[in-house]
Design a binder for this molecule. Sequence first.
Ligand code: 13P
Length: 334
Amino acid sequence: MSEELKQIAKAMVAPGKGILAMDESHPTCGKRFKKLGIPETEAMRQAYRDMLVTTTGLSDYISGAILFDETIRQKLLDGTPFPEFLSANGIIPGIKVDAGAKVLAGHEDEKVTEGLDGLRDRLAEYYAMGARFSKWRAVITIGDNIPTMACLEANAHGLARYAKLSQEAGIVPIVEPEVLMDGSHSIEQSYQVTELAQRMTFQQLHTQGVLMEGMVLKPSMVISGADAANRADVETVAQQTVRCLMHTVPAAVPGIAFLSGGQSDTEASAHLSAMHNLGIDLPWNLTFSYGRALQQAAMSTWGGDTANVAAAQAVLLERARCNGKAALGEYSPD
Ligand code: 13P
């Protein structure tokens, strides 16, 4: 079992490849569709995700795709189940298993991720459907007097319990403690909170006996708040993010796949690439597990119209190629 977990984790973060996060919940996907005038229906979500995964050449840069519960049960337009199509095309199917971030009792400005109840059974079902990795996202907000230890501890504990249950089911957990970019905080504040969140997460992962070699960390970058006055430059984000990871992530973890968290697609590529060019020998593979930074432009190009499928796929492939390059430190905006 543990050999299998190690092999899957390694394949997920193979050099020059990253993960396509396409696991938006209905409300999140709906919001993005609505902005573009795309009807918020199951059929449209199916057509959109069909467009994404049938992109020729995608597996040159994409090792795995994170699906939402609806998608793992859906079929492509040609009748092939999504997980079966992905596996046959060299992309490992993954599944988001958390039930979303809800208000933490007694802390109205903070969230805790739910979904542990019944998770063992759900994981067994997903494994049978072909999922070989999973994702659980915890959300940490920076603000006045937050995050609190109550929030950090509850989320770290949830991540560790989820990770161990996943490994027990033969599924590699993606452990995602996301520190939100929302707000006007400085990069120094982002560093402090991110380091603490990651440190507490690994403490809990150890306590629960999670196999380090059989997991992937999905962190946010250490970055200035979206509304900060003097936002740190690419070089500083790369330096501070790698410094933070060096302080918190055991070398036994095979790879780290970043979320994009609202960065523009070119920013997300530039930051990842810069981390590989700091002259630091990194103990883990650093790559991407982007949602918006891979999909946003492709979704706008598609716009819900079959006539735009080929053009949207070209846009997606180009973003995947740029991030594949970035994962090798070879990205340039041109
Ligand atoms: P973004 O890259 O859009 O932040 O999404 C990644 C993800 O999976 C969030 O959970």
